[in-house]
Design a protein around this ligand. Structure first.
Ligand code: ADP
Ligand code: MG
Length: 317
């Protein structure tokens, strides 16, 4: 009998820059070699999804849709079609706070080079923001746009999809404990071997500081913040979450966190709650029994959805 082998069961992990952010995988494996293979497969899957869904690549399926769908219906693969359909469902649920057509204005921002659209551009492009302009033909598997100028961008939902696919891969490989993260979206597989995972929500104005820690197991959690991609100009923060009704970055909230069973949904809903603001956002989450939310507003005040709120302290009489 060999009591010890060179490679022993342990936590392993890796993080790689991808999709304009970082994708990371962390897992427990009894067999380190099998664990490594699982890690690699998750990164390969993330790269595959990015090739399909990135608007930064001219050769992606989504770029083809953006080029051609105003002229004729464009065949989308099942996977892309399905994710666009889910995005449109969330638009209905959030009355347009989540809207993948935000990109007709969104494309004119470049946060790295501090570029933003002027008012004329916003006015001209704003009329192209409306999820109802995206027409899906389920039977034909095609996407078309009702007018010229419409563009879609899945940046508010694709990372959640990467996370879901990553967790599926780990599960199929027999992994029982792990985390897959893409930018602000994570899903936890199982627990941390007997303890819950402690997931930190950062202080929106201090990168080094955790504002709130939440114990979670077997759940997805997404945070949208105004500190991920932004620049400040004359005291105004221009960031990457656009209010579809105005075409300008949503204000009032510094970060919105949503957790629940599905990372595709938590991803889209964290963006939605950010746009909707504390009151409307938490009302929306209150109507979704499986989802909870924590919002930090522009004064740094923390708000919890009903399912999380501590019971009212009883007055003693
Ligand atoms: P992160 O990218 O930091 O995880 P989010 O999940 O909130 O943050 O996604 C923000 C991204 O969503 C933006 O970079 C953009 O691609 C897209 N987006 C911005 N505004 C909207 C909106 N109103 N509806 C849908 N997607 C949006
Ligand atoms: Mg999101």
């Amino acid at each position: 009998m060999l009591p010890f082998t060179a490679a022993e069961a342990d936590w392993i992990g890796d993080a790689r820059p991808m999709m304009g952010t970082e994708v990371s995988v962390y897992l427990w494996s009894d067999d380190p070699e099998a664990g490594r293979l699982a890690l690699d497969e998750v990164f390969e899957e993330a790269a595959r999804i990015d090739r399909l869904m990135s608007t930064y690549r001219d050769d992606s399926e989504i770029s083809k849709i953006n080029r051609e769908a105003a002229d004729q219906p464009v065949a989308a693969g099942d996977e892309l079609f399905g994710l666009i359909r889910r995005a449109l469902d969330i638009s209905v649920l959030t009355r347009g706070a989540f809207d993948v057509t935000y990109d007709s204005v969104g494309q004119h921002y470049d946060f790295r080079s501090r570029q933003r659209p002027d008012e004329d551009t916003i006015e001209a492009e704003r009329v192209n923001i409306d999820y109802r302009l995206v027409v899906l033909d389920q039977a034909a598997g095609t996407v078309s746009f009702a007018k010229e100028g419409v563009r879609i961008n899945l940046g508010g939902i694709a990372k959640g999809y990467v996370v879901e696919r990553g967790i599926d891969i780990l599960r199929h490989r027999g992994i029982e404990n792990g985390i897959v993260t893409a930018g602000g979206d994570s899903r936890l597989l199982g627990d941390r071997r007997g303890r819950p995972w402690m997931v930190g929500i950062r202080d929106p104005r201090n990168e080094a500081q955790v504002a709130i820690s939440v114990p979670l197991a077997d759940e997805a959690i997404s945070t949208s913040g105004d500190y991920e991609r932004y620049f400040d100009e004359d005291g105004v923060r221009y960031h990457h979450i656009i209010r579809p009704s105005t075409g300008v970055p949503a204000s009032g909230v510094h970060s919105a966190t949503v957790f629940g069973p599905d990372a595709v949904i938590t991803d889209a809903l964290s963006t939605s709650v950010f746009v909707m603001g504390v009151e409307q956002g938490l009302t929306l989450i209150g109507n979704l029994p499986d989802y909870e939310s924590i919002v930090i507003d522009a004064d740094g005040k923390v708000f919890y959805s009903d399912g999380l709120a501590p019971p009212e302290t009883q007055s003693p009489d």
